[in-house]
Design a binder for this molecule. Structure first.
Ligand SMILES: [Zn+2]
Length: 264
């Protein structure tokens, strides 16, 4: 049945909830937009006449906006055709507050690095929407980023192993300091780490327990978790180093985020 309808299916329009990750001018009057969509994941589409449109797209295709879009599905590497967009939430703070903007930019960069078009899943879109809502509602950007990243890495299949020492297998011990090994996403206790030569990120037992909680809590309860200032710094360093290792490159927007959050 799907085959019989496939010809029709390529041009069929569907509605999807989507967040704008990137928007570029194209030619005289069009825009090319990359969205992160519910269920579908990332898609890139063309909005014909969007630069001139007074009605269909005006003030809607701004970066980080949450929309309901009507579009075709991209086929054979072509762009989707974006027919209409309705604004669900403009997330204005994410474009006007420097700390929120740079934090959202790190999330955007990591999503663009780690996902491909039309490889959707059920968890990434709600996580991104949760993060943007919390930034918009003035929750500390650094905490929102920590929760977003630890869960993002887990969803894409690279959940670090933080519950016990990779060397001796012992569970976390209070007041012990652990070193994180980004190459295999694991931690070592002080004793096991003596055999390793290169410098690693140090994580306290408290930081590891907080991160473990951040992985296990339902998303709506995440904001109740509190990190101490030391844990926040340790967690950020670890998430940055681990991301660089996973993607084998620097996360460019991280430096801007660091500069913005250190000002506040
Ligand atoms: Zn050990």
């Amino acid at each position: 049945m799907a085959a019989a309808n496939s010809d029709k299916g390529t041009k069929q329009q569907i509605e999807t909830a989507a967040i704008v990750l990137d928007c570029r001018d194209h030619g005289e009057s069009d825009k090319i937009i990359t969205f992160f969509c519910e269920k579908l994941g990332r898609i890139t589409g063309i909005a014909k006449g969007a630069k001139r449109s007074k009605k269909r797209f005006v003030n809607k295709l701004e970066i980080f906006s949450s929309l309901r879009i009507t579009h075709t599905l991209p086929q054979n590497g072509r762009l989707a055709f974006i027919a209409e967009a309705d604004l669900l939430d403009g997330f204005l703070t994410l474009r006007t507050d420097f700390s929120c903007y740079t934090t959202a930019s790190v999330m955007q960069e990591i999503i663009l690095l780690a996902t491909k078009d039309m490889e959707g899943d059920d968890e990434l879109y709600p996580l991104l929407l949760w993060a943007f809502h919390n930034l918009e509602n003035q929750h500390p950007p650094v905490s929102v980023l920590i929760f977003f990243l630890i869960r993002f890495y887990a969803i894409i299949g690279y959940c670090p192993s933080l519950a016990s020492c990779h060397g001796c297998g012992k569970k976390l011990i209070e007041n012990e300091s652990y070193s994180f090994h980004p190459q295999n996403g694991s931690i070592h206790c002080t004793r096991c780490n003596r055999e390793q030569k290169s410098t690693r990120i140090q994580l306290s037992c408290g930081t590891l327990r907080s991160l473990d909680m951040a992985l296990k809590q339902p998303i709506e309860r995440l904001q109740r978790l509190q990190f101490t200032e030391q844990s926040r710094q340790e967690a950020l360093s670890f998430l940055h180093l681990y991301g660089r290792q996973l993607f084998q490159r620097e996360i460019i927007s991280w430096a801007f985020m660091d500069a913005a959050t250190n000002q506040t």
